[in-house]
Design a binder for this molecule. Structure first.
Ligand SMILES: Cc1cc2nc3c(=O)[nH]c(=O)nc-3n(C[C@H](O)[C@H](O)[C@H](O)COP(=O)(O)O)c2cc1C
Ligand code: SF4
Ligand code: SF4
Length: 266
């Protein structure tokens, strides 16, 4: 294996953190490895790598639908190697094996697919974890420590595809589809009067879901529910209207900066 490319989607940095650890590990194994956010994937020539790593955060036991869309648009290949990784707060269904199967349908040979526990970032229902707390930072460290074993097994041909059975796959699809149908209802977003019209949320939204942020941010109906705007708004002015826990806590991985994707409008 000569060259690897790791493409990841992240809302608040966990998957970026894991992707970075994986890239370092592969480089330590003398594999030239590039890493890219999914938002920049169009600028990358996928044909030059012979190992593709694809990472995502688990949403409702499934794959974020922008990641699903990316895989659907991938050009078919003949046996190129790939691996799948995800971050989750607690549990997933068969989202990793689902993504592995989608890649296999495109002609990839998937060496491994697994999920990794990371701190929770969601303000949608239960509230995120406090990244200033040592036990939460320890979760990120544990994530880092699981990488060498995962890479070692994968490269030695002993990688596994987790939860690769019909029940798990169907659970993941059903859960993800229900979540997709509910976006725009339970998981829509509101802007409070604390907004200073700084424009940042519109610049960093991966889905182009925010408009007019220089006058008053408005949301379209294509939110991935990645929590990026919620977590990075300097005024904490973006909230989910329906939650079990009202909290001013926001989660983002120290050192992670979202890409600036467009100019703000207003
Ligand atoms: C909308 C939403 C749904 C989520 N659903 C799940 C879930 O089903 N299972 C789980 O373990 N974690 C779930 N999480 C937590 C995230 O998967 C987890 O915190 C992830 O590491 C965030 O990654 P990121 O920082 O790369 O965006 C959810 C988070 C969000 C925002
Ligand atoms: S990032 Fe926050 S303060 Fe800035 S425009 Fe968006 S909602 Fe308003
Ligand atoms: S509106 Fe916010 S939560 Fe939705 S996709 Fe954009 S950045 Fe993510």
């Amino acid at each position: 294996m000569r060259k690897a490319l790791i493409a990841y989607f992240t809302g608040t940095g966990n998957t970026w953190f894991l992707a970075d650890c994986l890239a370092k590990e592969l480089r330590d194994k003398s594999i030239q490895t590039d890493i890219t956010a999914l938002e920049h994937i169009n600028k990358v020539d996928l044909s030059t790598c012979d190992l593709l790593g694809l990472g995502f955060p688990v949403y409702a036991g499934c794959i974020p639908y922008n990641v699903w869309g990316f895989v659907r648009r991938l050009k078919p290949v003949a046996g190129k190697r790939a691996f799948v990784f995800s971050t989750k707060a607690q549990a997933t269904a068969g989202s990793e094996s689902l993504l592995a199967r989608l890649l296999i349908l495109k002609g990839y040979r998937v060496l491994a697919a697994r999920s990794f526990i990371a701190p929770s970032n969601e303000t949608l229902l239960f509230g995120p974890e406090d990244v200033t707390r040592p036990e939460v930072r320890a979760k990120l460290e544990r994530l880092r420590h699981r990488v060498p074993g995962f890479v070692e097994r994968m490269l030695s041909g002993n990688g596994v595809i987790e939860k690769n059975n019909t029940f798990m796959l169907l659970s993941s699809i059903l859960s993800g589809f229900s979540f997709y149908l509910s976006t725009g209802y339970v998981s829509n977003l509101l802007v409070t009067d604390d907004c200073t019209r700084c424009g940042l949320c519109e610049q960093i939204c991966p889905a182009g879901n925010i408009l007019s942020s220089l006058t008053r941010p408005r949301f379209r109906n294509r939110c991935v529910v990645c929590e990026r705007c919620v977590s990075f708004c300097p005024e904490k002015a973006i909230v989910h209207p329906v939650t079990f826990v009202r909290t001013s806590l926001r989660y983002r991985v120290p050192g992670y900066t979202p890409p600036v994707l467009r100019k703000p409008t207003g």
